[in-house]
Design a binder for this molecule. Structure first.
Ligand SMILES: *Cc1c(COP(=O)(O)O)cnc(C)c1O
Length: 456
């Protein structure tokens, strides 16, 4: 690795940056192969200010010193998302190939908004999207773009849905637009509704926590202004997948856009043991999945796809005199989402998929599903823990018999502080519970159970 000696002419303003490039590459290479540190953790800004000092000064402090600050102070004040015992929220465990290629992506400095400037890279991104389209069982004409995250993916998809409804139904209805989802939908759906200035209609969940076709039909019969339904393919809190096939029937019947939010759980499409849970997804109009969650890509990466990308193009294409010269004969990623400039953030996923092959992706996702099942089984067998519900994907909820919310919170903080496990409490039907989310194929069930011994 260190034989790579970048050589270039010193820059008129920046001078010779050879050394700083080498330092950054060396640090990166080391980070990619070393064990994660479970003790790294957030610190108060005041403490960081004292430790870092004035890093930004008129004369600069030099790359070596800036990197020292990052290595010794800043990076240790972040949480290792790829630690095998980081099971809080939804962590991320990118492949080394993907992370390495993130560097390549940056170095190549490609403008990924337009085909004319990013053709080769966009072609590769589209190959990765095609794999997702195949998993969805959608027609080959489907397509989309990589955006920064599920939040912006959901917003872009719903903006397309709303504008499409406006065109098809001849304008904004009296009383305004509505979108329908359950209380289990991700918080970003509420944010999108705010941005779009539309109301959210609640579809009551059934006793499994799912949106059903029957509940949706009742809502749509009473709410003619609904332009889109957001179904979950893996709720963040519990990893639940709504009844997609029945929802698709109802959406078709009422002429309502079906958006599927699979930011976390969509990766499960590649796992044969759970693929059937997603039946009906082949009829959705738009879909998102975050490769930075369970598809082993680095931040920030969301794949947004449409069954009919032309509908998105009609909504998201930006027009301005300086954009007149754009070649619109090929698909421009900037034209299918709410963005213009973009890095080709799908390239690390493409490189990793090409390197490892999709079979290994299948195996890696199945590994998390298996770990979740093994941990669920061990919790069921334990005399001090109770499984709250079986995992549908790779999230499970459980309780420590007799504990209160305060006890969970204190335990969770202590376990994080001691570097034992990252596991945070959440609530489930008004009850405090603990939650584990598995997205790292290196997480081992017996190590998780050993860490949970501290709950005794
Ligand atoms: C994480 C998540 C999102 C938001 O994705 P970001 O990439 O964090 O913006 C949306 N929906 C679901 C179901 C999620 O799990």
């Amino acid at each position: 690795m260190s034989e790579v000696r970048p050589q270039g002419r010193p820059h008129a303003v920046w001078g010779d940056e050879t050394e700083v490039v080498q330092l950054a590459l060396d640090w990166t290479a080391k980070r990619m192969v070393r064990e994660t540190d479970p003790l790294s953790t957030a610190r108060p800004a005041a403490e960081l200010a004292a430790a870092v000092g004035e890093a930004i000064r008129p004369e600069g402090i030099g790359g070596a010193e800036a990197l020292r600050i990052f290595d010794e102070v800043l990076e240790p004040a972040t949480r290792a998302q790829d630690d095998p015992l980081n099971l809080a929220y939804i962590a991320a465990a990118p492949t080394r190939a993907a992370v390495a290629f993130d560097l390549v992506t940056s170095a190549a400095n490609i403008f990924g908004g337009l085909w004319e400037s990013g053709a080769g890279a966009i072609f590769a991104e589209n190959q990765a999207l095609e794999w997702i389209v195949e998993l969805l069982d959608w027609p080959e004409t489907a397509g989309g773009a990589f955006v920064s995250g599920g939040t912006s993916g959901n917003l872009s998809a719903l903006m397309t849905a709303r504008e499409t409804a406006k065109t098809r139904r001849g304008g904004r209805p009296a009383g305004g637009w509505q979108l329908a989802c359950t209380t289990n939908a991700h918080s970003s759906i509420n944010s999108a509704a705010k941005a779009l200035d539309v109301d959210v209609v609640d579809v009551p969940i059934d006793d499994r926590g799912h949106m059903t076709g029957a509940a949706l039909r009742t809502v749509l019969e009473q709410s003619p202004n609904v332009f889109a339904v957001v179904a979950s393919a893996g709720t963040t809190n519990e990893g639940l997948v709504d009844d997609l096939a029945d929802i698709a029937d109802v959406c078709e019947e009422f002429g309502v856009w079906m958006h599927v939010d699979g930011a976390y759980g969509g990766a499960g499409l590649a796992a044969p043991s759970i693929r059937h849970i997603f039946d009906g997804i082949e009829r959705a109009d738009s879909f998102i999945v975050d490769p930075h969650k369970w598809l082993f890509a680095p931040y920030d990466c969301c794949a947004l796809v449409y069954r009919e990308p032309d509908l998105a193009r009609a909504v998201h294409s930006q027009h301005a005199s300086y954009l007149d010269a754009i070649d619109r004969s090929e698909s421009n990623p900037s034209e299918v989402a709410l963005h213009l400039s973009r890095r080709v953030r799908g390239l690390p996923l493409w490189f990793s998929l090409a390197t490892h092959g999709t079979d290994k992706y299948r195996d890696a996702i199945e590994a998390s599903v298996t770990t979740a099942r093994e941990v669920a089984k061990a919790i069921r067998a334990s005399d001090y823990l109770e499984l709250v519900r079986e995992p549908e994907l790779s999230v499970l909820l459980f309780v420590r018999t007799g504990w209160t919310a305060e006890q969970y919170s204190a335990w969770s903080k202590q376990a994080a502080h001691d570097g034992i496990i990252l596991c945070v409490p959440t609530s489930w039907r008004g009850q405090s519970v603990l939650r584990l989310a598995f997205v790292n194929p290196d997480t081992e069930a017996d190590k998780v159970m050993a860490a949970l011994e501290t709950l005794r």
